[in-house]
Design a protein around this ligand. Structure first.
Ligand SMILES: Cc1ncc(COP(=O)(O)O)c(C=O)c1O
Length: 399
């Protein structure tokens, strides 16, 4: 279709042309190739028009084959009409929210969320005339009574970060829709393999694909999925802001998602086994995991998730820094890492990471004490993992 090198031209010119296009059939590869090209050549103006009409590939920031592949995969995983793939979870969250709000709107948000999402509301939206109220989304009356006539977005997470609370998505979506507002859910902790917020009534789902979706702790990426009328607005904004995922990360995440189902089930089983052990441990003050009958939303979690309650759990240890350090130092199979969702078990300390922007008083008000550890459970052998946590607790807190 396109010209290649030509003997009438000099070496200086031909070295730029030779081998630029495949001269052999390369269709239907078993694994998706990585399309790093910033642009795709068009033949002439008619071809250009055709690309526009068919949403074909012209310029990477607008559209790229690997990004499109990931978006299509995410639409399937979350059961949504369409998706965009973004440069990070935060890019997905901010693009989805900013595209669907305007000055004068009000947002009603859950009070326990990933800390930087809270900052999008308080530091970014606030600057542009969008006010946010934060309430506990497990309290439906608080949600209902804080909706205002100008509330356009209700925002929460399928399982909240870091307290692992479970909001009633079906009920909250009804409250949103009765006010002509939309419900946006961050499904990062559960993923479409274990929970489908769109099927429960949400309008948009955002994901940090950096986490369980990719699962290998080697790519930063995100996605927005849902009805075209909302995702298309996010796409338009993404093209202007440049919040799109790059081809290599998109490719890595597509590859990661192929094993998502296997990983998250094993992670959920391991998390449930750990939660059971922690609940019996004399050294653990509180355990937060929806698999436990003692979890305040256990019944709801059974309704929303079935038998897999996700790989995220939190525990509260005595607020003694020296002993917490000893506990961490004694772990072999769990590493401290400021991320989650990888195939290995990791832990993080919200007061010094995701919620470090809050004062101690602000954190305590929403239940995040200085003894809280968040654990992202991996796919290790269940018994090995339980034993390793038990011995580390004993080494730090035992007599
Ligand atoms: C629930 C949740 N949403 C969004 C994000 C942001 O994702 P990213 O780091 O890919 O921007 C995180 C990060 O930890 C998260 O835990």
């Amino acid at each position: 279709m396109f010209k290649d090198f030509d003997d009438n031209f000099d070496f200086e010119s031909n070295i730029l042309e030779a081998g630029a296009y495949f001269s052999y059939p390369a269709s239907d590869p078993e694994a998706l190739p990585i399309h790093m090209s910033t642009a795709h050549n068009v033949k002439d103006l008619d071809d250009l028009q055709k690309r526009y009409d068919e949403h074909g590939f012209c310029y990477n920031r607008n559209r790229n084959p690997n990004r499109t592949a990931l978006a299509e995969l995410m639409s399937y995983v979350e059961g949504g009409e369409t998706s965009i793939a973004c440069s990070s979870g935060m890019a997905a969250i901010s693009t989805a929210i900013i595209a669907n709000t305007k000055a004068g709107d009000h947002v009603l948000s859950d009070q326990t969320l990933y800390g930087e999402t809270i900052e999008i509301f308080t530091k970014i939206l606030a600057k542009y005339g969008v006010e946010t109220t934060f309430v506990d989304f497990t309290d439906l009356e608080a949600v209902r009574s804080n909706v205002r006539p100008n509330t356009t977005i209700l925002y929460t997470e399928t399982v909240s970060n870091p307290l692992i609370s479970v909001p009633d998505i079906a009920e909250i979506s009804e409250i949103a829709h009765a006010n002509d507002a939309i419900l946006i859910i961050d499904n990062t902790f559960m993923t479409g393999a274990l929970a489908r917020p769109l099927k429960m009534g949400a309008d948009l789902v955002v994901n940090s694909l950096t986490k369980f979706a990719n699962g290998h702790s080697d790519a930063v990426c995100g996605a927005v999925t849902g009805a075209a009328k909302y995702v298309d607005k996010a796409y338009e904004l993404q093209v202007l802001l440049g919040t799109q995922s790059d081809p290599f990360s998109s490719w890595l995440v597509c590859r990661g998602i192929r094993t998502l189902n296997l990983r998250v089930r094993k992670q959920a089983e391991n998390a449930a086994a750990l939660a059971e052990m922690f609940e019996k441990s004399a050294y653990v003050k509180a355990v937060y995991h929806p698999s436990l009958a003692s979890h305040p939303q256990h019944e709801l979690a059974v309704k929303e998730f079935g038998k897999y309650f996700g790989g995220m759990l939190s525990i509260e240890l005595p607020e003694d820094r020296e002993k917490m350090n000893k506990f961490m130092d004694n772990m072999h199979l769990c590493h401290y890492a400021m991320t989650l969702g990888g195939y290995r078990t990791t832990m993080s300390y919200p007061p010094m990471s995701s919620h470090s922007d809050m004062t101690k008083e602000e954190r305590m008000a929403i239940g995040i004490s200085d003894g809280l550890l968040r654990i992202s459970v991996g796919i290790e052998n269940t018994e090995d993992l339980v034993k390793d946590f038990e011995q580390a607790l004993e080494a730090a807190y035992g007599a």
